[in-house]
Design a protein around this ligand. Structure first.
Ligand SMILES: [Zn+2]
Length: 149
């Protein structure tokens, strides 16, 4: 059902978290899959946001935004992708395309704490692909390293 990618071994950081370094081909594939998922934005196709994530099983899962007229109950593409992944037993997120809003960074951060994987955010900027661990995007995170539930 979902596209699969072969992953290389992660590195273990000093804090015990794992971090994966992706090759450029995988980054481009994820960015491309995220772009392709724009066709699934709701209620209007190609009007909103979409992302792709990669799990530690090598599974690629996309998410597209689901808009509400209230705006604040709109489901962001990152939340859709994370929920979709969880429904398929995939809760260990290696990478996700970005940039992401602060609410979504929080979701990715909490997922990262649970899995002990420092999820890499893949950003294309001026034609160059960057891989930024979520921990670097959350300099003063809450919660710090432990979840309360
Ligand atoms: Zn968001």
């Amino acid at each position: 059902m979902f596209q699969q990618i072969k992953l290389t071994e992660p590195k273990q950081k000093d804090d015990g978290f794992l971090v994966y370094e992706l090759d450029e081909e995988t980054c481009k594939l994820l960015l491309n899959e995220g772009d392709k998922a724009l066709q699934f934005t709701f209620p209007e196709n190609n009007s909103g946001f979409a992302v792709a994530l990669l799990t530690d099983k090598g599974t690629v899962i996309t998410g597209a935004s689901y808009k509400s007229d209230t705006h604040n109950t709109t489901m962001h593409s990152e939340a859709v992708a994370l929920a979709r992944a969880a429904q398929h037993g995939e809760t260990r997120i290696v990478a996700m395309t970005g940039p992401n809003c602060h609410n979504c960074k929080q979701l990715v951060w909490e997922s990262s704490i649970r899995s002990k994987i420092d999820t890499v955010i893949i950003i294309e900027e001026e034609g160059k692909i960057k891989q930024v661990p979520i921990s670097e995007l959350m300099p003063y995170p809450w919660p710090d390293k432990e979840l309360t539930h």
